[in-house]
Design a protein around this ligand. Structure first.
Ligand code: TYD
Length: 213
């Protein structure tokens, strides 16, 4: 598996707080003069990502296999476009994505079986660091109950499967030499944010300046 240096991903079930944590990290790095930061997310806000969001909201009806293909196509743009993950990471920026390949292996794996998302995503490079935000699905869904509408995966039965599948797939990444960290995402946002920070701070990009001194 090819690994993209300077690239980390946040993964977790719905309501696990990955989006909140990416905002807190952005805030923390705002005035950091050493680290140039590129926060990003999937599904993206490009054309394909918008179509996916419409399908997640049931505004447009698509087959689960089509959704799996769209996630993979959206990811190809996300990685390879001019303003994409690869470009920023190779430029020496810290790139952190809210969701990436593992989301497809988990969610579309449950929906379509493992083979299709695995084949669709097997050629994509892996992140250097993967942080899994682990939280009881009951707690995660309670956090989301104030949202205006529910997306197709935001149900307890499904989220229980999501958590199990994440936990069962993390070893694939560990065995491929990727740093995998599990965070107790049931804790408060500031506590989780401090843990995220302590993990990311040990990525080589944070020490590169010191090496050259
Ligand atoms: P996300 O934007 O993280 O959720 P929210 O809209 O609540 O902030 O992701 C939207 C949904 O898409 C989420 O349920 C996970 C799902 N998803 C997949 O099923 N496969 C994927 O490959 C990705 C990236 C997301």
């Amino acid at each position: 598996m090819t690994i993209i240096p300077n690239f980390a991903v946040f993964e977790g079930g719905d309501g696990s707080g990955t989006t909140t944590q990416l905002s807190l990290l952005t805030e923390r790095l705002k005035n950091n003069e050493k680290i140039r930061f590129f926060p990003t997310f999937e599904p993206t806000d490009g054309h394909i990502g918008k179509l996916i969001r419409a399908a997640l909201k049931k505004d447009t009806e698509l087959q689960p296999q089509t959704i799996a293909m769209l996630f993979a196509a959206d990811r190809n743009e996300h990685i390879n476009k001019d303003d994409g993950i690869l470009k920023h990471a190779i430029n020496g920026e810290l790139v952190v994505s809210d969701r990436y390949v593992l989301s497809s292996l988990v969610y579309q794996g449950i929906e379509c079986g493992d083979e299709l998302p695995y084949n669709l995503n097997s050629r994509y490079p892996a992140p250097e660091t993967l942080i899994f935000f682990d939280v009881e699905p009951e707690i995660a869904l309670k956090r989301m109950k104030n949202r205006a509408s529910r997306e197709i995966y935001e149900y307890l039965d499904f989220q229980v499967l999501v958590r199990q599948k994440y936990l069962s797939l993390l070893d694939i990444y560990r065995n491929a030499g990727i740093r995998v960290e599990i965070i107790d995402a049931g804790k408060s946002a500031p506590e989780v944010s401090n843990q995220v920070w302590s993990i990311l701070c040990t990525m080589p990009i944070f020490n590169e300046g010191e090496k050259s001194l």
